[in-house]
Design a protein around this ligand. Sequence first.
Ligand code: NAI
Length: 281
Amino acid sequence: MAYNLLKGKRGIIFGALDHNSIAWKVAEKAHEEGAKFVLTNAPVAMRMGEIKELAEKTGSEIIPADATSLKDLENLIDKAQEILGGKLDFVLHSIGMSVNVRKGRPYTNLNYDWLTKGWDVSAVSFHKLMNLLYNKDAMNDHGSIVAYSYIAAQRVFPDYNDMADNKAYLEAIARNFGYFFAKKNGVRVNTISQSPTPTTAGKGVKSFEGFLKYAELMSPLGNATAEECADYTLTLFSDLTRKVTMQNLFHDGGFSSTGVSMEMMDLFMKNLDEKEEEGKK
Ligand code: NAI
């Protein structure tokens, strides 16, 4: 259902790779809510066929940009304002990648060139983006900037590897830049900490199916889907959340506040009983 929440608002959406991407759902829903935006992704990662389909569907233009390149980001911000006809009201950073995760290097033996690359793509790019938006005065008063995080920033999930550290850094950047943007012109900066979601980035994490099922059992409301994450994101882009800033907002069906669920306890006890029975044999 559309509420015209973003009527007249202009923005940039990073990270729509395919139909499963969270950013893809945000673009579809932002369009339904009346927003105009530019789509962007890394030139090497961009699946032109797929993103063109989204661009056509949402009446958007595509401007390629590697989020680690200041030159690309500067070009993107300038062109987006030209195309959209003014300053920006919202920006979505939906970007994540770890070379160590991709190549299966364990946390206890990381490759540091790969660590640096993943950190730059997943976290520092958020600072670079906001640095340019801030210094180019590209955000409208009371605009909103959102990036996506994961609870491995606060708690240990061994297979999340160096992405856990990248997310902790990303959340810190949101907090710190959020202060300066609030003081400058009331722009909000937040991270949404999302449930595990079956996307290309999500499925890249070792034992992802386990993550997904475990979180489902441990979340009283169940895992939040990509569509639901998009809905939540739109509320942060809307004028209904003008005093929410510098927060890491859990969008996880209650996972982050749950010690253990009855479903998980039942499963654990069943397993334990079976193990004990086997031991007696
Ligand atoms: P996705 O794989 O669809 O999106 C990741 C995007 O990052 C892709 O579009 C990719 O092209 C882009 N990207 C990679 N390197 C880039 C670069 N140098 N410049 C510009 N873009 C680049 O996966 P998903 O899940 O939609 O990821 C979006 C965000 O949500 C990421 O920050 C991810 O860490 C986060 N997140 C995902 C969860 C999941 O389980 N899928 C859970 C919590 C957070």
